[in-house]
Design a protein around this ligand. Sequence first.
Ligand code: SAJ
Length: 417
Amino acid sequence: ADVVVVGLGYIGLPTAAILATTGLKVVGVDVNQETVDAVNNGQVPFVEPDLGIHVAGAVSQGALSATTLTPQAGAYIVAVPTPFKADKTADLSYIRAAAEGIAPQLKGGELVILESTSPPGTTQRLGEYLLELRPDISLDGLDGKPVVHLAHCPERVLPGRIMIEIVTNDRVVGGLTPHASEAARQLYQSFCQGEIHITDAATAEMSKLVENAYRDVNIAFANELSIISENLKIDVWELIKLANHHPRVNILSPGPGVGGHCIAVDPWFIVAADPENSTLIRTAREVNDSKPGHVVDRVLNAIGNVAEPVIACLGLAFKANIDDVRESPAVEIVQRLASAAPHAQLLVATPLRTKRDLPSVVSGIANVERCEMQDAVDAADIVLLLVDHDRFRDIPDKSLSGKIVIDTRGFWGKKNV
Ligand code: SAJ
């Protein structure tokens, strides 16, 4: 293969598909046989606009295939998860496993790119894993052994817009050596129309973390405002709209909390790297993490003395118009509400989910069931909007009248707040 992409998830599969459209021969590697089979059938195991067309096209032309065993290639892109552990430090075991797959295939001259969002120093660490497994290679060539070139190139695509942003976004590339940076730049130039900025590996790692921490801090500001406004009986949406008329103010939107596998995770990697000096970043994380609990309290208050309350929970995804529930505040709210109010019936509407059941994180809870959105609203005493999916626009205003509406996203505007 020209390029092997290790990890066929939200980043690896789009990257593999887009590389395959440039004429390169791409092999995707994944530990999950179902994912491998799906890709080889030209299918995508999750929802992402336009990805299906790219994958089906590339597979049918023979440019893209998938396997569980890492083959030989000129370049490897590692796009595996880097979740955090209970102590909020990064779990690098998937990166280690990727290295174990790649190491036996190396001959010298290959490019190995880490795309997974990683704590500072991880590209170097990946290099060290490879050296441990293959003492006969080198990362810089200074010892005369065959060289393997390592670089970090963090992805910055927005779920829901991945196939557009993967082409149009600027990229940061940081090699362990200038040669590695240059080789990585050439590979990304094959499909990336944005500018490619070269730096060192640690700065590239940190730049990704900082972008997401920046957004987290700004969302925390909005979330803190929403709680203050509630206490002061001010409509936070109107407040923010007015403040944003100032030419240098741009407050983000409050919501039920911050989810996803990036913004809710990455700032912790900065905190872990320098706990003493990252007080603002840590506090923002804590503010955003406390928001689901706040929403649960609001609902419990609204339930009051209702004997058998029915609550329509609209949406489970971590944000609008996608079906991804990773770290989703909506999931946390449904779980906590179900146990805090065991007498309540929770009807959950997930209009974007193609599978029949609820995701495993909430299925099997006795008082939680999946329901069509309009049926859920019609049956409910309380309508709890958790995700601003466009599909919820189809719910007519009149079906909300007479219900208690808790709109965590400002979706329905002032009238229902
Ligand atoms: N959210 C709010 N209020 C807002 C904006 C977002 O509550 O005003 C919430 C969302 O509902 C969601 C969470 O924050 O729960 C994160 O959503 P998001 O749209 O801000 O970001 P992600 O996680 O989908 O993607 C981010 C992006 N990073 C930045 O915008 C700096 C994306 O470019 C990254 O590639 C991605 O993280 C990643 O993979 O790191």
